[in-house]
Write a new protein. Structure first.
Length: 333
């Protein structure tokens, strides 16, 4: 895999979805992202699905962040998928090597040590005891007068016996059988943050953790990211939402917008206004790092969005503290 350039990673850092994923790692909410098994869909990443919005695109998104060097990954498990319909809802069947039937019976092999007779356990059973079919002696001392010598199988269809069955797979969705040769056999990964690469990211990506801690210290309940339903019925995502008491009261929403070499575009203000108009929070703040464009400043004032421009996290937190202190007395009691 070719090494990703800083320019390619910078493009990913500007992606709002990437910012939210990185924020979860940097806030300590995630230290390692492990997949969760779903018996119908196979392995999934619910935390990331909530951010991406499309479960089918989640794996591709995580793979992209790994290819850019932003996330490290390691094999968590192997997944078997049906070659016909693609589902992971697959069972394993042990089949007869002669007729390929899965209607087989598994038994233990028993050896009567004194006489050396070996056969399937069923041949030794008489009521609830074991007796040697050859010399009729009771086997009552494990590892002294008898031992288990392995496994023996018999096919209920063709009647043949064997020691090792042949594995095959059965798709519970399309009801087709297939072997390992045809199976889709793929890696499933767990992910962790590549902290070295994060040095390239702007301050905006490490703001979520201190913002969360600051608001919690002021008695707020904090969600990041937060999904709030507006008057229209649509759900809107904010980087941070803080509430005191009922979610409909004392609500502050915060979005982060960053840029590497130039002021943040006014598009971040326009996008936030659409969400704020529908959700109607008590206070809306946008933190722009390192600065907001002039047109963005004018729009923020027009839309009543409190704009915080900061070069680092200390400057941003100081301004946010003043914003919260000014907002609290005005909130309904």
């Amino acid at each position: 895999m070719a090494k990703a350039s800083k320019t390619e990673r910078a493009e990913a850092f500007r992606d709002h979805r990437s910012q939210l994923v990185l924020g979860k790692f940097l806030s300590g909410e995630l230290t390692k992202l492990d997949p969760v098994y779903d018996p119908v869909y196979g392995y999934r990443y619910p935390v990331i699905e909530a951010i991406i919005g499309d479960p089918t695109a989640t794996e591709e998104f995580l793979t992209h962040l790994h290819q850019l060097g932003i996330l490290n990954r390691e094999v968590f498990d192997k997944m078997i998928n049906c070659p016909s319909c693609g589902t992971a809802n697959v069972s394993i069947r042990y089949c007869c090597p002669y007729c390929k039937s899965f209607n087989i019976k598994k038994s233990a092999l028993i050896e009567h040590i004194p006489c050396g007779y070996i056969d399937a356990e069923d041949r030794f059973k008489k009521e609830d005891k074991l007796f040697c079919p050859r010399c009729r002696v009771e086997l009552n001392k494990p590892d002294v007068n008898y031992r288990r010598a392995g496994i023996w199988c018999s096919c209920n269809d063709c009647g043949k016996s064997f020691d090792i069955p042949v594995p095959s797979h059965f798709c519970r969705v399309c009801s087709k059988g297939f072997t390992f040769e045809d199976a889709v056999y793929r890696d499933v990964y767990s992910y962790s943050l590549n902290k070295e690469v994060m040095k390239e990211a702007g301050m905006g990506y490490i703001m979520v953790a201190p913002i969360r801690e600051f608001l919690q210290s002021r008695g707020f309940t904090v969600e990041s990211p937060s999904f709030l339903k507006g008057k229209s019925g649509a759900s809107h995502m904010f980087d941070v939402a803080a509430t005191q008491g009922d979610i409909a009261r004392n609500l502050i929403v915060i979005d982060l917008a960053t840029s590497t070499n130039e002021p943040v575009s006014e598009q971040s203000i326009i996008a936030m206004f659409a969400k704020v108009y529908d959700v109607s929070p008590d206070k809306a703040c946008l933190i722009a790092i390192p600065a907001m464009s002039e047109s963005g400043r004018k729009l923020a004032e027009l839309y009543n969005i409190h704009l915080i421009e900061a070069k680092d996290q200390y400057e941003a937190l100081k301004a946010l503290e003043a914003c919260v202190a000014a907002a609290l007395p005005q909130l309904p009691k």
